[in-house]
Ligand binder design. Sequence first.
Ligand code: XIL
Length: 372
Amino acid sequence: MTRPGLSRRAALAAGLSLASAPAFAATPALRAASLRVLAADKGVIFGAAIEPEAVDSDFGFETLLRRQCASLAPENVMKWNALRPTRDGFDFTRADRFMAIAHDQGAQVHGHCLVWHEALPSWVEAELTPRTGRALLTDHIARVVGRYAGHIQAWDVVNEAVERNDRRPDGLRISPWFKALGPDYIAMAFHAAHAADPAATLVLSDYGLEYDDESWMVEKRGTMLALLRSLKAARVPIHALALQGHLIGGRPRAFGAGLRRFLAEVADLGLEIHITELDVDDRKISGSLDRRDGVVAEIYRTFLDTVLDEPAVTRVTTWGLSDRYTSKAGMFPRPDGQGVRPLPFDADLRPKIVVQAITDAFAVAPRRRARR
Ligand code: XIL
């Protein structure tokens, strides 16, 4: 385990090698910083995705969340495989526990996610047909959104609907939902969510919209704008676009004029913009922990400077808060066997230099007012 708070002498005395003891030691001001408060000063809601079990088993983590987050997102417990393990009935145990934690912390909730091609239990794939699809989709949404109506301020209604490799002219992914219901499944889902909670901000969420130097992402922005325009033209109740924000180390930080222009075009449609799954894949970043954290921090800084310049960006959620609990550890481990460090706080719950970068980005961001 790394010990960023230790002095070099103390690290030596403790038998830790200097190579693994980062020199960055958070200042008292940084240790006292609250991202929730800094974001709120600019009209932005800052939060993190969590698993309820992490909070229930870890008082230090619970305390950190309470201090840092104005909003919590369920990393997994509101996905279909969590809520619908079998065809006969729902299991709300973990989702209810998550909601109780958010309530106890006085945090808003960004729900995730009602319709996705992943995290589907096998019985759904077998049962999802043109005949059954509509009822399956709308009943699920009515039940889940209805259960938490008034307590979930924003919902990822449809997640990852665009996939260019599926080669359709409209860019839509040929997901199980698409196969059963065609392109209309998206409008259907938004209408069902709106009926179940008319006050909730309804979000279309996707990845691969962030980088200016990646041609497929630039193309995907165009596809996304066309989709958003067609949904608006059809009076579908959609209120926000979410950029997941899974960023990547070891490549240029190409968040510039292209991204800025894309966000302005989304805002021109009258939509809010949320950053919902922010983290940095650090597999390709080498060197000391200090160097690695510095590179990750600059990625956060450049990205946030660009997106927060757009006043329609009203929410920023990181995918986890501490490196102690990050899905990157299991999904994208480092080849050198060292722990991944994708998040603002380290595995000892101490602020990394990333917190400074986020703090700076909020400090220079223009003030905004949430629109809904
Ligand atoms: C991931 C979770 O973090 C993992 O714990 C889980 O095993 C798989 O899903 N895009 C999304 C999220 O919208 O729901 C995914 O979350 C990460 C990619």
